[in-house]
Design a protein around this ligand. Sequence first.
Ligand code: GLN
Length: 486
Amino acid sequence: MELLKKTAVEQHKALINKEVSALELTQASIKRIEELDKTLGAFNSLTVESALKTAKEVDDKIARNEEIPMLAGIPTALKDNMNMIGSKTTCSSKILENFVSPYDATITTKLKQNLVPILGKANLDEFAMGSSNENSAFNIVRNPYNLNKVPGGSSGGSAASVASSEVTLSLGSDTGGSIRLPASFCGITGFKPTYGRVSRYGLIAFASSLDQIGPFARSIEDIAHLYEAIAGYDEKDSTSLNLEVGNISGNLKKDIKGLRVGVIKELLADGVSDDVKNSVENAIKTYEKLGATIKEISLPLLKHSIGVYYIVATAEASSNLARFDGVKYGYRAQDAQNLLDMYCKTRAEGFGPEVKRRIMLGTYALSSGYYDAYYKKAQQLRRLIANDFNQAFKEVDIMISPTCPTTAFDLNSKANNPLEMYLTDIATISSNLVGAPALSMPCGFDKEGMPVGLQIIAKNLDELTLLQSAYALEQELGVYTQRPNI
Ligand code: GLN
C-alpha cells in the first residue's frame, strides 16, 4: 500500500477523508511487517490484537463523524524498553526474555489516549547499550538502505521500522545518541527533547540522569505531533518538568531570516568523511540562502564528552541494573547452591558481554578510593561542558554538526572493538550531558547511497526554535521524501 510510505499527517488526511479505514491501514502495516521483518529484524514482538482493536475504535469514531486526534489510527512501534501492560518488555536481554509488563509507561498511556495503534516492540541493543544494534541478545537489525550495514543503535529497530515503512512512527530512548544515531543511519528524523520534557515512568532505566524518550518520524511535522502527544508533566517521574509544552506543530512554519546558526568547529574537523562533510556544508549553504547567519562555534571541552559519558553512564547503569538479580524480575538461573550463587549465575547467564562490561566499569568508577578520581571528576567536567554550551548559546540560536562522522558502517566491522564503537557517539553525547534538545534529520546521501544525518541542537527548553529551524531546512532540502528501495 503506497499510503504506508506517506507521513502521519498525510495518513491522517486519508483517514478523515475516508479514503482508507484505520483498520485497513493497520492491517497493511502488519502485512508489511510480516513480509519484511524476517530480513530486517526490527521487531522483538508484535501486539497485533490490541492494535487492531484501537484501529477499530478510530473507525467507529470516524463513522460517527466525531473528531479524531491527529495521530489516531497511525501505525506506531515502541522501543522494547518501554512498558505496555500485558506485552513483553525484554530490553533485548535474556534476563528479561519472558518479562511481561504489569503496567503502562506514561508514554504508552498517552499514545492510547490518542488512539494510536501500537503494533509491537522494536529491537534494540541490550539495555540500550550500543551504537549498532548488534548487542541485542535476540537478533541483529539490518539497515533498510543496505542490508549488510548496521541501522545504528541503540534504537535500531525503532529507526529501521519507520525508515522501511513497516510503521509510520516510533519511539526510542536516547542516553548518548540512541535516537539520533540510528535516525541518521536510516535516513529519517529522530528527536531527543530536553531532559525532563517527556516522562520516563515505565522506561526501563539505563542511566537516569541522561535517559530521554523521543520520537522517530519521516518528517518534522510528524515529529512535532508525536512529541506533543507524549510530552508534559508527570507526577510519577520525579525528574519531569512542570512546564507548558506549547503549540509546536501549529507554529512550525516560520521565516528563519536572521536565525543565528553556529557550526561546531570541532565536529567538522579531521575524521569526518568527505561525503558527510559535503552534505553538511550543503545544509549550511541552504541555511544561508534562507537568510540565516552562520557562525563558527568552538566547544573546547567536547573532546572530553565521551570520557565523561562512559563514566557517568556506566556508574548509573551499574546501580540501575542491580535490580536484575533473579529474585524480582525475569530470568533465574537453575541449580544454584545458595542465594549468592543464584545471584551470580543469574547475572552471568542473563546479561550479554557489553552489559557486563558496563556494570564492571561503573562499579569500578563508584568504588571507594576511585570515586573522587573518576566519578566526581566526570561530574565536574560535565558542569564545564554545560558552561561551554551556555556560552555558545549567547551567540547563536542553534548549533549544527554531522550526527556522526560517517554514514552507516558494515555489520560486524566494529562489534569486536568497543572503543571504536564508543567513538561513533562523539557528536551526540554532549547534549545528553547538558540536557539540551537535539535532533538528527536527513540532509543527503554518500556515494554508496547511504543517508547522511545533520544534527541540530538548541538550548534547553527551546524545542520550538529547534523544530522551526529543522522544518525550514527540511522543506528547502527536500531529502526527507526519499525512501529506501525495500
Ligand atoms: N551509544 C551509546 C552507548 O552505547 C548511547 C546509547 C544510548 O543513547 N542509549 O551508551
